[in-house]
Design a protein around this ligand. Structure first.
Ligand code: ADP
Length: 191
């Protein structure tokens, strides 16, 4: 199976590119951010707890997001591969993810880092916040906190995959189509 971790700071365009990749390669796509937002929308006890983290721009606890991914994998067995969007976001998540995949005879093939300068990220998220309805997109303070947490806790996840020889960086400025073609070129090398 072709399991791809699509990686990069908030606002780098992971969600947009995931949808295009899903279509071109017939892959399944999972976003932990979306699962969390759905949970919040359902009004469950877990959702109430998750809202606390998200609204501050903080990360949800590792154990919870890893079980969300485990549930997703259990429910989506017959797929050609999966794009993991926004997961893993800490080294602990990456380590646990390897174990979860190993247990089902799978592994991550490729990690694609979407490289976008920080000021562009803030601009894009503020723009998205105008119609996404996401509370964590509306305030520059929360956005800057998400980027800070990304720099402190998430950026190092790249080293984890670099050490496994799976890391590929893609310059992600330019049009959606231009970035998509660059990502596809990286994937084609793997196929
Ligand atoms: P973005 O990449 O633009 O920040 P996401 O939809 O991927 O948007 O995530 C939104 C929020 O959900 C994050 O700021 C974080 O609070 C939470 N979240 C998503 N994925 C994870 C994860 N793997 N670990 C911890 N928290 C997560």
């Amino acid at each position: 199976m072709l399991n791809i971790v699509l990686f990069g700071a908030p606002g780098c365009g992971k969600g947009t590119q995931s949808e295009l990749l899903e279509k071109r390669y017939g892959l399944s796509h999972v976003s932990t951010g979306e699962i969390i937002r759905r949970e919040i929308g359902s009004g469950s006890a877990l959702g109430v707890q998750m809202k606390e983290y998200i609204s501050r721009g903080e990360l949800a606890p590792d154990g919870i997001v890893v079980s969300m991914i485990e549930n997703y994998l259990a429910a989506n067995r017959d797929v050609k591969g999966t794009i993991f969007d926004g997961f893993p976001r800490t080294t602990a998540q990456a380590e646990q993810f390897d174990k979860v995949l190993e247990a089902i005879g799978e592994k991550v093939e490729l990690m694609i880092y979407m490289d976008v300068p920080e000021e562009e990220l803030v601009k894009r998220i503020l723009l998205r916040g105008k119609d996404s309805g996401r509370a964590d997109d509306a305030s520059e303070e929360i956005i800057r906190n998400r980027i800070k947490i990304y720099n402190e806790q998430t950026a190092v996840v790249a080293d984890f995959y670099r050490a496994q020889g799976k890391y590929e960086a893609v310059p992600s400025m330019g049009t959606i189509e231009e970035v998509f073609e660059r990502i596809c070129a990286v994937i084609e090398k793997k196929l």
